[in-house]
Design a protein around this ligand. Structure first.
Ligand code: ADP
Ligand code: MG
Length: 478
């Protein structure tokens, strides 16, 4: 008999698991695991994050137990070794918080006993009993639920993290959970889905969805009515606070300050905060450093552009919801040709259905082509950094090379800064990539440029005129 090793045991478990879960689940949750150690009948596996561990415990603990028992007998034990790639600098490693490492003999987690995950959460003595019962309308859209948020490669992490948060609000390491990604990729939908799911699973919890704009407005009103404290108190009793489009807080120091205050209170009391943004934290401008650093405590999950297969499934689902059928050929055509974001895809489907029903036309490939053509034409084309640099150089009578050069001549520096400012404003490019497009400068130079342009437009009339005129020129192209 060959000697069992961690690897051989785990490989046998994997073979068994593979036959019992979907390929997708297998790839997502089991392939990344590495077996590290086998001591007697306890197998240590390395998982990439605490989230992973929680997910496995939540969904696959039985399967793991069966697999492991087959290999190692009834006394089989599973030990999780959690490796965080980027543990936030102001927090200790997550492993410390795990039930397994809280025990006297650390690192041992008997699979037969699901961990008492909540045993180490401390109740806040200051929560007034009863206060949680106030009714707050959650402002959630019931259509934006998880069922209708189709899963794909592009959103798997964000969706799973959202689900995990909804199952255990405030009780996972994803606090806050920041969902970020481009326009129309499903941030708002997912944010609502999390809220709806919490209400379903934890009806006693107070959930509130709010956009940053509305939050800002409410705050301004509160200050005007001399009710700043009431405003803060209102937000402090919420169990799950979902703030959409957090990038809209940029430049609003007062609102950021109060949000920071509320955020800290909620976080300290084990309440869940979910946020969305159209930018990654590193690219958020004019958001205070200390607030930004808080965002990094939890998880930032990006929504990417869906691939063909996911686009197709989303289209099929939308059609199904609307009770409309379409030849597969047309669905493929749509999925192949609208690749930018889900919102545009929906728009095209709606106009296709409208044409078909209102004009009593058959839905044919030709109709689909015509609609997409007119549709895609009217949608905004993304402006390129090159185009911005050309327009700005042109305006100041420079050539692009000079704009990008190292010269420190004042008017050239200003033109350069303006071009970086517009690149940040009108493209999705990151600060780093704008910098490298502008004569290999780094992201802090771009950030500085954007701030300078902001400052100068509010202090220097002449300068403001340049910026306004250029803005108009650029928007005309849009
Ligand atoms: P964002 O807030 O990122 O701009 P939204 O959440 O408003 O985007 O999504 C735009 C539209 O696309 C919504 O109608 C939403 O339902 C739909 N959508 C986005 N992602 C998905 C998905 N994975 N499955 C189904 N519909 C989606
Ligand atoms: Mg949105």
């Amino acid at each position: 008999m060959t000697k069992k090793t961690a690897e051989s045991v785990w490989n046998n478990c994997l073979a068994f698991i593979r036959d019992n879960v979907s390929t997708q689940a297998y790839k997502t949750w089991f392939e990344p695991i590495k077996a590290v150690r086998l001591v007697d009948n306890s197998l240590s596996i390395k998982v990439p994050s605490k989230f992973f561990y929680e997910w496995l415990e939540e969904h696959y603990v039985k399967l793991l137990k069966v697999a492991l028992t087959k290999e190692l007998g009834s006394g089989a034990k599973l030990v999780y070794d959690i490796r965080m790639e980027n543990t936030p600098d102001n927090k200790t490693a997550y492993t410390e918080k795990l039930p397994s490492s809280n025990q006297q003999k650390p690192q041992s987690q008997d699979v037969a006993l699901p961990p008492k995950k909540d045993s180490d959460t401390i109740l806040n003595p200051f929560v007034v009993p009863g206060i949680r019962n106030i009714k707050i309308d959650s402002q959630l859209n019931p259509n934006y639920n998880f069922d209708r948020f189709l899963e794909g490669e592009s959103n798997r992490l964000a969706r799973s993290a959202g689900m995990a948060v909804a199952n255990k609000p405030g009780g996972t390491s994803f606090n806050p959970l920041l969902i970020f990604g481009g326009v129309g990729l499903g941030k708002t939908h997912l944010a609502h889905a999390i809220g709806l799911e919490v209400k379903e699973k934890h009806p006693e919890k107070t959930v509130l969805y709010i956009t940053s704009e509305k939050f800002t407005q409410q705050y301004i009103d509160a200050v005007r009515r001399n009710a700043r404290t009431d405003f803060i108190h209102f937000y402090q009793v919420i169990d799950v606070l979902i703030v959409d489009d957090i990038q809209m807080l940029s430049g609003k120091a007062g609102t950021q300050e109060v949000f920071f205050h509320i955020f800290n209170h909620l976080h300290q009391n084990g309440k869940q905060v979910v946020m969305t943004s159209d930018k990654a934290p590193v690219d958020m401008m004019d958001i205070e450093k200390r607030l930004l650093s808080r965002f990094k405590w939890g998880l930032s999950a990006e929504l990417h552009n869906p691939n063909f297969e996911t686009r197709k499934r989303i289209i099929l689902d939308k059609l199904y919801q609307d009770g409309v059928q379409m030849p597969e050929e047309i669905i493929d055509y749509l999925a192949n040709n609208i690749t930018t974001n889900v919102r545009e895809m929906e728009g095209a489907i709606i106009s296709l259905i409208a044409h078909a029903t209102l004009d009593k036309q058959d839905v044919t490939i030709e109709l689909a082509k015509r609609i997409i053509k007119s549709y895609v034409k009217t949608t905004k084309k993304e402006m390129s950094i090159d185009f911005i640099q050309e327009t700005v150089s042109d305006y100041f009578d420079l050539d692009v090379e000079t704009l990008k050069s190292k010269t420190r001549k004042r008017h050239i520096v200003q033109a350069r800064q303006i071009s970086m400012y517009f690149a940040k404003k009108f493209t999705k490019a990151s600060l780093a990539s704008i910098g490298s497009h502008t004569g290999k400068r780094d992201h802090s130079t771009v950030l500085h440029a954007c701030k300078t342009v902001d400052n100068l437009t509010s202090t220097d009339k002449e300068f403001k005129k340049y910026v306004d005129e250029l803005q108009q020129k650029l928007s005309m192209h849009n």
